[in-house]
Design a protein around this ligand. Sequence first.
Ligand code: 45D
Length: 171
Amino acid sequence: MTFTSDSASTRFSQAFGIQTGDAVASTITVFQALSIDDQLAVLWYAYTEMGRSITPAATGAARLQLAEGLLNQIKQMSHAEQLQVMRDLAAKNNTQFSRSYGILSNNTKLAFWYELSELMVKGFVVPVPTDYKISRDGSQVLEALKVLDFGQQITVLRKVVADMGVDPLAD
Ligand code: 45D
């Protein structure tokens, strides 16, 4: 049998017998089934792998202005509070912070998480413990993410961060 395309995502799709669109959808589904801490850990490791491909210019300075108030609030918090805010976002807990996040556009939500990662690297935000061991489920989701192409990875990430927080205007 001859494969005309040999990209990692094509091989992944063929190995699992699914179309590429399904690979995006199934990665989102398995991500959202992870525990809250695993979700945060997967986002973090995704950023550390993708970070180099995302240019700060691409995230758009204008977008970040909308998230700047939230990022500044986080910078003032203790490490424990920072972690709680992130857990609240991922768990969709109905807090003031989650509601403020909820009104951002999807790309601004992505830019917000990107900037949070940058703040982690710079030491302003609680780091992932160096001895932290991601769960088996978490590392499987990371592997699924890795074989997607860049555009598909962004689609997955945009969807999962879009669903975080609380939309204050919904019902
Ligand atoms: O103690 O606007 C644990 C483009 C364990 C262009 C923990 C774009 C317990 C247009 C929970 C692990 C499309 C390129 C601690 C934008 C424990 C545009 C801590 C794309 C302490 C925006 C966990 C942008 C923590 C993209 C602190 C693709 C976890 C952006 C923190 C992608 C995790 C951004 C964080 C990503 C993850 C950001 C902050 C993937 C952030 C990830």
